[in-house]
Write a protein that binds this ligand. Structure first.
Ligand code: SF4
Length: 270
């Protein structure tokens, strides 16, 4: 009998610790499927961050390194530079990537490190009790903003993927949501493209995945999916913000490979 579905080889057959309705498990599966399909299992290294996904290394049948909070891009840079033949990815939450680790991801992106970054954004700190994160939308109630996030007091949410897409070292940047079957299909396509950017030696690839945190949001799993669609997506629009493999990305290519100035033309102020 033909088998049409099954567990990816890269995903271990062990129970996950995530709360019911948490979409981290879906993202893990998509990453595992892409690594399987690209036949990268024997040369891929993951870097786990601090947060709810801190135990990612326990679920993937891959070499994995645990990084200190926010430092996954720095650790991944070291691995990739020592072993450029390896495929290296980080798996980070919004508290990790967009708060304590902002400097690491910005500079890894600016350097154009050949890394793949899976950025799971659920708009709060899940592991430590649901505190406000840099990605919490205005008005969102968290344990540290019980009246809702106020821009005047707490600032505005960071749209990290749009910011990073503006850096020349970034080859691929997209935001997806895993709240529907169509969304899951698009998420897998984006994750594959981000790995392909590394395989093509084009630069850093990042996929931001809008993910649910039913426990932190105080919602049941189904309502959490709807809340993500109605409250998060309007603040964090979905789409591909940059893809240097696309024919539409001539400006990015021009910046990376500027045409030589004609003889006698000054390109810089004296
Ligand atoms: S606290 Fe939130 S993000 Fe963390 S495992 Fe539970 S549902 Fe998922």
């Amino acid at each position: 009998m033909e088998q049409v579905a099954g567990r990816p080889r890269v995903l271990l057959d062990v129970p996950m610790h995530y709360c019911p309705g948490c979409t981290h498990g879906i993202v893990h599966r998509l990453v595992a499927e892409v690594i399987d399909e690209l036949d990268l299992r024997e040369r891929t290294v993951g870097v786990a961050s601090v947060g709810c996904s801190v135990f990612a290394y326990a679920y993937f049948d891959l070499d994995f390194q645990q990084a200190a909070h926010g430092r996954a891009p720095a650790v991944a840079t070291g691995i990739k530079r020592v072993r450029p033949d390896l495929v290296v990815f980080t798996y980070q939450g919004d508290g990790d990537l967009a708060a304590i680790g902002t400097a690491e991801i910005v500079h890894a992106a600016a350097r154009g490190e050949r890394l793949t970054v899976i950025f799971v954004n659920n708009a709060l700190y899940g592991m430590t009790g649901g505190q406000m994160a840099p990605t919490s939308p205005a008005g969102m109630r968290t344990t540290t903003t019980p009246e809702g996030r106020q821009a005047r007091a707490h600032g505005y949410p960071l749209r990290m993927t749009e910011m990073l897409a503006g850096l020349d070292g970034v080859a691929y940047a997209a935001r997806v949501a895993v709240t529907s079957v169509a969304g899951v299909v698009r998420a897998k396509k984006a994750i594959r493209a981000a790995f392909q950017a590394q395989l093509d030696d084009r630069g850093l690839g990042i996929v931001e995945v809008l993910s649910t945190c039913p426990v932190g949001w105080g919602l049941d799993p189904v309502d959490a999916l709807r809340w993500c669609e109605t409250q998060l997506i309007p603040v964090f629009p979905l789409g591909v913000f940059k893809d240097t493999a696309s024919v539409d990305h001539a400006p990015a290519r021009a910046r990376r490979h500027p045409a030589p100035a004609p003889a006698g033309v000054r390109t810089r102020a004296p």
